[in-house]
Design a protein around this ligand. Structure first.
Ligand code: XMP
Length: 514
């Protein structure tokens, strides 16, 4: 049976992955494609609906992303959002121009609840607006279905042609009834049944893996992070001991992390698989000595990782398949799906294909968003503390130690980080804050302890809230909690005499320090 699918056409806006995630929350499978994807290709995929996303451009300017008008004649329902809405109007004979009043933020929108798009929505509803252009006049055949004080066409539709548009962003949580609107589109207008469910996905994937792997040998680089853990357990359920997991302790893991991973996946753990732990700390420290430049550090760690993995793989001999924990945002961000730009060379413990002797790759999570990977993890019976683990970068503490990495600095960050995590958990904030950790600044300064002068390092604490890790805000941690953490760190961690709390959002900062 063919899986029903909605396609998101990406025009380069910042919320584009969110659109797809929201659609999937309505139990409808959804994929993202760049606006450069030809309409024939879209048509071939036989989607039940198409959504055009926002984007940073003005659609009437030369060179702005555009699309063939053919898209609106395929007989498939189309929903344009923000830039997508303006482009639809521009292409179909409406008028888009610079708005006299730029709208940004939560805005009161008055909607026509007789429209299928807004059925069961309040007549006056709060939506997220972010636009400097506006639709001054709708295209012929369209009817206005929503407006704001400053925006005459906040939504419109041509019901006969199945074309819909919204100036605001239903995908953003600030749009209070946004998911309901998207549900109206995919379920009521596109007629999707909503058959995308995690229990059946897991079951189907296990069957598919068995079929693909048959009696082959499979190798998996296990990091202990959510993605590789879920992938490993899925494989283990499918093929048991045909799977070998190699876990490289590069000495840049969090406090006690290596032992925790071993406890779950090792011989005393609860899964049927072969587990190999490689204690390669010294090798990594040796390679990292004297290196201070962030990208070079990332490269050295990534390359050394491959070397270590390769050596282990050689001991195992030829394998038939290599597992990669690639997830959907990786696919989109690597440019295969959407339009995003690369800021850092992300190292994922999966990126090894050139160096290991194998025939094929297995990527069981390739189509999943992070929250779906977690759901799959729960379906697979993986312990909750592993499933809801916060993200941890492949290069580990290497990118949380500014400047040269030394074993002594690693110990400092590990201890400070353990204290911070412990206190956040004690305060019951661990599920509220999306990512939090300690990092070591490369700054030393003068302090006083007892009657002694100190000249020690400053630890930076970072805690962020984010929906997609593309943008993030510093979490508002209670000051008393910060003070407690500071007190414990300066007392319990030798070599630290100052603690900073980083309040930078992303952009302009990134989540990690390097
Ligand atoms: P940045 O620092 O890019 O981080 O704002 C965004 C998210 O990605 C994680 N991150 C990485 N994850 N390999 C990974 O698997 C990497 O090289 C890497 N660098 C950053 C970071 O922890 C945050 O969740």
């Amino acid at each position: 049976m063919e899986r029903e699918k909605v396609i998101v056409i990406d025009f380069g806006g910042q919320y584009n992955q969110l659109v797809a995630r929201r659609v999937r929350e309505c139990n409808v499978y959804c994929e993202i494609y760049s606006f450069r994807t030809p309409p024939e290709q879209i048509k071939e995929m036989n989607p039940k609906g198409i959504i055009l996303t926002g984007g940073p451009n003005s659609c009437y300017e030369e060179g702005a992303p555009t699309y063939s008008r053919e898209l609106f004649q395929l007989g498939i329902p189309v929903l344009g959002l923000c830039y997508g809405a303006q482009l639809m109007m521009h292409l179909l004979g409406g008028k888009v121009e610079h708005a006299p009043v730029r709208e940004y933020g939560k805005t009161e929108v008055f909607v026509d609840t007789a429209s299928l798009m807004f059925s069961n929505i309040s007549e006056k509803t709060i939506c997220w607006m972010s636009h400097f252009d506006y639709i001054a006049k709708e295209a012929p055949g369209f009817e206005i279905t929503a407006h704001t004080v400053d925006c005459p066409v906040a939504a419109a539709e041509n019901k006969a042609e199945n074309l819909y548009l919204m100036q605001f962003h239903p995908e953003v949580l600030h749009t209070q009834e946004g998911t309901k609107m998207l549900r109206n589109f995919v379920r009521n207008i596109c007629g999707c049944k909503g058959s995308w469910r995690m229990d059946s996905f897991v079951e189907e994937s296990i069957q598919e893996i068995r079929k693909k792997v048959e009696s082959g040998k499979v190798l998996c680089a296990l990091s202990g992070g959510v993605d590789s853990s879920v992938a490993a357990v899925m494989l283990s359920k499918a093929i048991g001991k045909q799977l070998t997991c190699v876990f490289v302790d590069h000495g840049l893991l969090r406090d006690k992390e290596g032992d925790e991973v071993e406890a779950v996946f090792g011989p005393k753990g609860s899964y049927e698989l072969n587990f190999i732990r490689v204690n390669a700390q010294e090798r990594f420290y040796h390679k990292l000595a004297g290196i201070t430049e962030p990208e070079q550090k990332r490269k050295v760690i990534g390359e050394e990782f491959i070397r270590v993995f390769e050596e282990e793989a050689k001991k195992i001999g030829t394998v038939d398949f290599l597992v990669q924990g690639t997830i959907y945002p990786d696919v989109v961000e690597s440019g295969l799906g959407g339009e995003s730009a690369m800021i850092k060379s992300h190292h994922n413990v999966g990126g090894l294909p050139d160096y290991v002797d194998f025939k094929e790759i297995v990527e069981p999570l390739r189509n999943l968003f992070k929250d779906e990977v977690r759901k799959a993890g729960l379906e697979l019976g993986i312990p909750k503390y592993l499933v809801f683990r916060q993200p941890f970068p492949g290069p580990g503490l290497g990118v949380r130690i500014i400047g040269e990495v030394t074993p002594k600095k690693v110990k400092i960050v590990q201890k400070a980080d353990a204290i911070f995590r412990e206190e956040i958990a004690k305060a019951g904030l661990d599920q509220e804050i999306n990512q939090y950790f300690a990092a070591l600044t490369n700054m030393r300064s003068v302090g006083v302890m007892g009657d002694e002068r100190t000249y020690d390092y400053a630890v930076a604490l970072r805690a962020v809230n984010t929906l997609d890790f593309m943008t993030a805000e510093a979490s508002e941690i209670p000051f008393s909690l910060l003070q407690r953490v500071m007190g414990r760190i300066v007392n319990e961690v030798a070599g630290v005499n100052r603690v900073f709390y980083d309040i930078t959002s992303k952009p302009p900062g990134t989540v990690e320090f390097e």
